[in-house]
Design a protein around this ligand. Structure first.
Ligand code: S3P
Length: 445
């Protein structure tokens, strides 16, 4: 098993300079999916994230829209096309989503409208534990034919004629909203989706950019698309992923003397909740040179280390920073004092792992006190990381949070099971090593 040994940054050294992080994962998935739906199976995408999750989407787009299995020469005997059951032969196209919730959920919307074709979507052990009825149930209201395995993958879909419908979501999930919008493109009539809180709007922005108007896009809770609609493919440039940048922004805030800038960073307001937390806590940061490229704002964000206070996370802020909560919990433990309460975040329990339980387990092993709630965490400030050995539990964001904890620890942290980091941040170890030579090494555990 691949592990990391992370040493504390030597006294007096800090994180300084200007860096970049890999392309945004959410935007990369959407660029491949929307381009595929627009007939571009091998699109030119600048700064596409080359991670395992995005590779899963790329392979699926090739199989579904390109008629190929991905690795073979074009037109070879292995070429598989989804077959109409009436034509005989194996009618089911098997699609492997790996660890990626975004791939399976968005593709459920895409495939539901592929009339005459049959698909089976599956993934790894973590994905097989994640809820899919939140997508399947509203899609069925549009006429989709979907079977789940007691609510979880594998998911079997028979493409059908879809009808635009009004849907009220019970969770503020961009994956569910996006699946319905992508189904809505293929449906007859208007598909209107209302969410309990705004969630990331990359799908809406990219649909608009590809020539399909989405009503109510922006920060609203209700969005609508009229089908059937066809997409006009356009070149996409992917900004850096703020969820990947979060590890370095927090590390820079914590390590005395640090002053770190991250350029070309995605700054979509539905994703910048971490910067709201910095404001609430008094962490010093600034954004410069903001411009909009292929429908998404980006710019340079700089953070400076200094003292900061406890901060809360609740309500509409939660979807704007949901993936950053593990590393924000580490930040909260180092506040000058007081209690940081993170609530309304029960969604954390159904991510790549139960992140509430995982954070409590990992923090406990490295000497940090944290109390769990059903819907979040309570984290006393004024703490510092002792060190120890922890397991990521196969969750990439837990692995990278534990690595940052190692940098600010007294005794160092061994992080077990770090291969999962490839799902979102290939090159994380090398990026840490460039900023702080000698602090991180890969070991076999
Ligand atoms: C994502 C949406 C979020 C997020 C995930 C990526 C997306 O999930 O946690 O990492 O690309 O739409 P939910 O939609 O389940 O909140």
């Amino acid at each position: 098993m691949k592990c990391w040994r992370v040493r504390p940054l030597p006294g007096g050294s800090a994180l300084r300079g200007t860096m970049r992080v890999p392309g945004d994962k959410s935007i990369s998935h959407r660029a491949l999916i929307l381009s595929g739906m627009a007939g571009e199976v091998e699109p030119e995408i600048e700064n596409l994230l080359e991670s395992e999750d995005v590779k899963a989407t790329r392979e699926i787009i090739r199989k579904v829209f390109g008629g190929g299995t991905g690795g073979e020469e074009k037109g070879s005997a292995e070429t598989q096309k989804p077959k109409n059951a009436a034509e005989g032969g194996d009618p089911v196209l098997e699609l492997d989503c790996g660890n990626s919730g975004t791939t399976i959920r968005l593709m459920m919307g895409v495939l539901s409208g592929r009339k005459g074709c049959c698909f089976r979507l599956d993934g790894d052990a973590s994905l097989r534990r994640r809820p899919m009825e939140r997508v399947a149930a509203p899609l069925r209201k549009m006429g989709a034919c979907i079977e789940t395995n007691e609510g979880r993958p594998p998911v079997r879909i028979e493409g059908r004629e879809l009808i635009g419908t009004r849907v009220q979501l019970s969770v503020a999930s961009a994956q569910v909203k996006s699946a319905l919008l992508l189904a809505g493109l293929q449906a007859t009539g208007t598909t209107e989706i209302t969410s309990p809180a705004p969630s990331r709007d990359h799908t809406e922005r990219m649909l608009n950019y590809f020539g399909v108007p989405v009503e109510g896009s922006g920060n609203g809770r209700a969005v609508a698309v009229r089908g059937p609609a066809s997409l006009a493919p356009r070149p996409v440039s992917v900004p850096g992923d703020i969820s990947s940048a979060a590890f370095f922004l927090v590390a820079a805030a914590l390590i005395p003397g640090s002053e770190l800038s991250i350029e070309n960073l995605g700054l979509n307001p539905t994703r910048t909740g971490i910067l709201d937390c910095f404001d609430a806590a008094g962490v010093s940061w600034e954004a410069q040179g903001i411009e909009t490229v292929s429908g998404e704002p980006r710019g340079k964000v700089s953070v400076r280390a200094g003292e900061f206070s406890a901060f809360g996370i609740a309500g509409d802020l939660v979807p704007r920073l949901i993936d950053e909560i593990p590393v924000l919990a580490l930040l909260a433990a180092h506040s000058a004092g007081g209690l940081s309460v993170f609530r309304d975040a029960a969604e954390l329990r159904v991510k790549e792992s139960d992140r509430i339980a995982r954070i409590a387990e990992v923090f406990g092993r490295i000497g940090l006190v944290v109390r769990t709630r059903d819907d979040g965490l309570e984290i006393p400030g004024g703490q510092s990381v002792r060190g120890g050995t922890v397991s990521s539990g196969g969750d990439h964001r837990i692995a990278m949070t534990a690595a940052v904890a190692g940098l600010v620890s007294r005794e160092g942290v061994i992080v077990e099971d770090v291969a999962c980091v490839e799902t979102s941040f290939p090159g994380f170890q090398e990026t840490v090593e460039r900023l702080a030579p000698g602090v991180i090494e890969a070991i076999e555990g």
